[in-house]
Design a protein around this ligand. Structure first.
Ligand code: NAD
Ligand code: UD1
Length: 342
């Protein structure tokens, strides 16, 4: 019997990967996940199975290991690869750039080499709004000027460049680059959510931990930006909407090429807006103090997501309320993240 057509999801045990696996399983895709659990744990995949009521295959492997990637492609009939596996902590990437260049660049290179060898040429890449340069011109379109300023962001742009070169050398490749804005929230069941192994650096996970009593106080990085209340403005996107963006992109992979899409809501919220929305969702007070600006932060960043709407038939369904309420539900149900299996 021929093996069923399968989607290979690298980094599928992580925050965005696990939510995407749920949506793919619910739409009857067969999945194999490759993850080395460097920033996740296997319980996340058990929970994915539980939510979807179906099982995915999981292989422990490091994506930088090209032989391991080849063996996955030999053992499964892979039709397309969704490549989430990467390190993502901006501060760490500044302190330890080689770790980021190795993991994020060599990891992608090894996946692409294994794919080329096995003639699998559909590839979806997790890029980031961080590839855009610091510009006052909002919203950001896919054609806005590029110019990441930290090693993490540079790995994303370098991979994008590599993908353009790959397609130029072989126009049978079908590559989709998804530039995510600020993912937030958790699955509506409260069974999966964001659970970084280290102290979080992003706004919503920090606020969530403060509400859950795991951290004391939020440092608001600056209230003197040229924004309505002086605090930084970002385009927060519910992780389920983001996951559905991947399903939409996968379904539209009919034409070879390099297709780039912003995935965001098109609407910006300030740090103070997020604090207020979270306080409302959780009925908890979020203590905060204003401190100086964080180096490298843009005042404002939000997407023009009209290309994804037009070409992928995709648009976001959830707002900041659902992002905060689901993040809070995840925290309440899992006070220590995945560390205590249910
Ligand atoms: P995450 O850390 O939760 O998930 C990444 C997963 O990849 C983890 O399970 C980790 O164990 C795995 N991984 C890392 N290196 C690996 C390796 N060498 N081999 C095998 N597995 C490896 O992060 P996330 O938030 O789910 O992000 C997923 C992707 O989206 C990443 O590429 C990230 O850079 C990108 N992204 C994330 C955000 C965000 O704010 N979360 C924004 C823009 C882009
Ligand atoms: C950050 C990264 C970006 C990465 C993205 C997702 C930087 C400079 N940028 O984006 O490269 O792609 O995360 O991982 O690190 N804030 C506070 N206090 C906090 C944390 C955040 O006030 O403790 C503010 C920030 O100044 C910003 C907003 O909250 O205005 C959102 O911050 P964050 O969640 O870190 O996302 P980005 O800065 O957009």
């Amino acid at each position: 019997m021929s093996k069923p057509s399968t989607i290979l999801v690298t980094g599928g045990a992580g925050y965005i990967g696990s939510h995407t696996c749920v949506e793919l399983l619910e739409q009857n895709y067969e999945l194999v996940v490759v993850d080395n659990l460097s920033n996740s744990c296997e319980y996340a995949l058990d929970r994915v199975d539980k939510i979807a009521g179906r099982k995915l295959d999981y292989i422990w492997a490091d994506v930088t290991d090209c032989n391991a990637m080849e063996s996955v492609l030999e053992n499964f009939n892979v039709e397309a690869v969704i490549h989430f596996a990467a390190l993502k902590a901006v501060g760490e990437s500044v302190r330890n750039p080689l770790k980021y260049y190795e993991n994020n660049m060599a990891g992608t290179l090894s996946v692409l080499k294994a794919m080329a060898k096995h003639n699998v040429k559909k590839f979806i890449f997790s890029s980031s709004a961080t590839v855009y340069g610091n510009t006052a011109q909002m919203p950001l379109t896919e054609d806005s000027p590029l110019g990441p300023i930290n090693p993490y962001g540079k790995t994303k742009l370098m991979v994008e460049t590599m993908l353009h070169d790959l397609y130029a050398s072989d126009p049978t490749w079908n590559i989709t680059i998804l530039r995510y804005f600020n993912p937030a929230g958790a699955h509506k069941t409260g069974l999966i959510g964001e659970d970084p192994n280290d102290t979080p650096n992003n706004l919503v996970p920090i606020i969530t931990r403060i509400a859950g009593g795991r951290m004391d106080e939020l440092m608001v990085y600056g209230d003197d930006y040229p924004t309505p209340d002086g605090t930084g403005v970002r385009d927060y996107i519910h992780v389920t909407d983001l996951a559905l963006g991947h399903v939409a992109a996968l379904k539209k992979m009919t034409e070879p090429g390099v297709h780039i899409f912003n995935l965001g809501t098109g609407r910006g919220y300030s740090v103070m807006d997020v604090i207020k929305a979270f306080e409302k969702a959780s009925s908890k007070k979020i203590p905060y103090k204003i401190v100086k600006r964080r180096e490298g932060d843009a005042p404002t960043s939000y997407a023009d997501a009209s290309k994804a709407k037009r070409e992928l038939d995709w648009q976001t369904k959830f707002g900041i309320e659902e992002m905060c309420s689901t993040a809070w539900q995840w925290q309440k149900k899992n006070p220590l993240g995945f560390k205590r299996p249910q």
